[in-house]
Structures are given as structure tokens and as C-alpha cells.
Design a protein around this ligand. Sequence first.
Ligand code: PXP
Length: 238
Amino acid sequence: MSLALGVNIDHIATLRQARRAGFPDPLAFASLALACGADYIVVHLRRDRRHIQEHDLARLCKKFRKQIHLECSYTPQMQEAALKYKPYSVCIVPELPGEVTTTGGLKFTPAVQKRVGEMTQALHKKGIKVSLFVSPEAADIRAAAKLGADIVELCTRDYSEAATKKQAQKLLQDLALSTLLAKELGLEVHAGHGLDYNNVLAVADIGGMACMNIGFSIIARSLEVGLPSAVAEMKELL
Ligand code: PXP
């Protein structure tokens, strides 16, 4: 069975924000991506609003609610935005000031567990599925299950940045074992971060994975071949 593809369109908004212009419009590109094989549209509403804005989220959820996967941190402000616009699912991620992109999975300190647990319950009350972005480590997957998550998104950043083939193999093994454990605990398994046309197949081949969330490489490729082909090429690989 083919895997679902979530296309992250943050960088369409990054380009627009570079000029504070009215285009390119993330909604138009979401339509294109969905028409060309994307199963979900992923957007990260960041505290610094460097790309996706709240009005983008509002329009996306109004038009494609069942296919919108929102990434956000666990602050009360982000919880409020998620409850207001009601995307299909929310992936709770850690967010550090000044980071270029998300740097890794959630660190489950007692305070983080409390906050993420509260946010998970609030989202569930509105019928929103909850995904937690985690490192491929058994303790973190168990923590996610305990907090009531529906989905874990395994962070593939270390795998995508592996310096040697041997390291990549070891990290793939961690991802495979984590997938097995997550499935045993009743969680749906997604993967994302740093995946591209060359490294995605090995992750997609791990049995039990349900969805790959990919942004940067698809948007970069779209500059060469256009978004429809960039999305279709990735979907074909999966
Ligand atoms: N998944 C999560 C949780 C992310 O934070 C990101 C980056 O926004 C992605 C997937 C997509 O990563 P990339 O843009 O490297 O494909």
C-alpha cells in the first residue's frame, strides 16, 4: 500500500513574506499539491510568524480542513489557534527562539508532559487528532502513548544528516524499531524532517509507516520542475 504524503508548504509563505507581498498564495499552492497527489497539507504556525500567518491557517482550514495538518508548539496561544481553526490534526513540536528549523523531537520533562497532556486533551475534545514529534527512542514513544497521542511523527533529522552509510543504517534501524514499538502501542506512525528524493525510500520501506511529511526538498525541486511535478515525483517514490 502506498504511503500518504504530507506536503509542507511553509516555504511558499517564506517567499511571500520576504517581500510582505500578496503572492505567492499558500492556498493556491495547497490546491495544486492536493490535485497532484499530496494527501495532506502541512503548515507550521511559528511564534515569530516567519512564514505561515494566522490568516493562511484560517483560509486553509476553511477550504481543506480534513487535509490540514498543523505543526505548532505547545504554548497556550498555539493551542488557542488550533482550537479556533480546527485542522484535521495537530503535530505538537518543540520550538526554540532563533532556530532555522525544528531541531528535534519533544523533550519530555515533567513540565512538558503536563502541558502537552493538557493540550492533547483540549484538542481531542474538539475532535482534532494529535501527533507528537518525537525522536526515535523507546522512552519518548512510550511517553507519547501515555499522553494520549494518536500519532507519533518520528524525527528523521539525524538520519537525513548522517555522515556515513553506516551511521544512516544504524539510524534507520532505530526508526524501524521505533515504528514497531509505536504500532504495538496503538499509535499511527509518521516520519519527517530532512527527507528528500534520495533518502526517502529507505524510510518509506519501513513496514508500518503511514505518512511522510516533507517540505523543503519538494519546494526546492518545484523551482526547477514546478510544484505539480515535484509533488508527483515524490508521490511516485512512495
Ligand atoms: N515534520 C516536522 C515536525 C517539521 O517540523 C518539519 C519542518 O517544518 C518537517 C516535518 C518537514 O521538514 P523538511 O522541510 O525538512 O522536509
